[in-house]
Write a protein that binds this ligand. Structure first.
Ligand code: MN
Length: 334
């Protein structure tokens, strides 16, 4: 029997979070700046309100985001939960569907109290608060933090909280460049800036500095670039063989899609990568105009936002995956 999931109001979320409980905060696999930033901010917030909290993910905190978790929590793996930590509550942030929790769903799935998210096309797996107009989960955690301050649940905004939230918001908006940015996004950021954190440094670390591994991936990815539909669709590949040859990790492949997206005239960018030797391919898509890539990815069982979505496809070759995806994108263009 599946339990009936309840849609929560903002106040109900704040009420539940105000209860002092040892809390596990889950966030999605292949974590990005929003997942890590909003989870860490939630930990700081809960600790300030008298709860204990620990962030957990199926993957380790990515190396490139180490500036966020450094000094707050060393590891995000389930093994890192202290033995003395008696779990009383499990929540998730920035995670639209249970599959995005990876193996953590098997461990914690039936214990999740509620989820806080901002994705339009998710499948709730617990009681949920989903603010689809929020550019990042960080924006929601920002609102919660200010509400808890107003209520007196916390006495002050914890040190580092705004730092984590700014990184979360900047990360999910591509440094305030994407179409998900709203006046509210800037209002949150303006409030955060008042705390005097070095936002230029955060943005440099998030966007203007890349490891040699990431640059090697982009270089190799550039050589695979293929254009379709009169230059409106750009596709880049990254096979398991390339991954082994360059000795890079999955976390180094995140900007691969930017190679396709940066080509002049491109409306839809597609990055296809093969994480392991199996014929299972991860597809990321980005749209710069009205093309709904979440519809494309939903067709293959995935999901995401209108302009940023992903799916997994099993096929005999990476070229075949490209054909399948391009055909679906073309249906959306017309
Ligand atoms: Mn997000």
């Amino acid at each position: 029997m599946s339990k009936i999931l309840q849609k929560l109001s903002f106040d109900e979320v704040c009420d539940r979070l105000s209860e002092k409980k040892n809390t596990i905060i889950l966030f999605h696999v292949r974590p990005d700046g929003d997942a890590v930033g909003s989870a860490l901010a939630m930990k700081l917030l809960l600790e300030a309100s008298g709860s204990s909290a620990w962030c957990v993910c199926g993957n380790e905190f990515p190396q490139r985001l180490a500036f966020l978790n450094d000094g707050i929590q060393k590891s995000s793996l389930a093994e890192s939960i202290p033995d003395s930590f008696e779990i009383e509550r499990v929540i998730s942030v920035d995670t639209a569907s249970s599959s995005q929790l990876g193996e953590m769903y098997e461990i914690f799935g039936d214990k999740i109290d509620f989820m806080i998210d901002h994705h339009a096309k998710g499948e709730p797996y617990a009681d949920y608060y989903v603010a689809q107009d929020a550019a990042a989960a960080g924006e929601i955690v920002f609102d919660i933090s200010r509400e808890m301050l107003k209520r007196g649940t916390i006495k002050e905004i914890p040190e580092r909280l705004d730092f984590c939230l700014y990184a979360a918001i900047s990360s999910d908006t591509g440094c305030f460049k994407y179409s998900n940015v709203t006046p509210k996004t800037h209002i949150c950021s303006a409030e955060i800036l008042k705390s005097g954190i070095d936002t230029a440094q955060i943005n440099r670390l998030l966007f203007d500095s890349k490891s040699m591994e990431v640059l090697a991936v982009e270089k190799a990815g550039f050589d695979t670039l293929k254009m379709f539909h009169n230059g409106k669709i750009a596709v880049v590949f990254f096979t398991y063989q390339m991954k082994q040859k360059l000795g890079v990790l999955d976390e180094h492949l995140e900007t691969l899609i930017d190679v396709a997206r940066s080509v002049e005239g491109v409306d839809v960018a597609v990055a296809i990568r093969q994480p392991g030797p199996e014929k299972t391919f991860r597809v990321s898509t980005r749209s710069s105009n009205a093309v709904d890539v979440s519809a494309v990815c939903s067709y293959f069982g995935g999901g995401g936002h209108v302009r940023a979505a992903g799916c997994t496809i099993v096929a005999d070759s990476i070229e075949h995956v490209a054909d399948l995806v391009v055909t679906e994108v073309e249906k959306q263009i017309f």
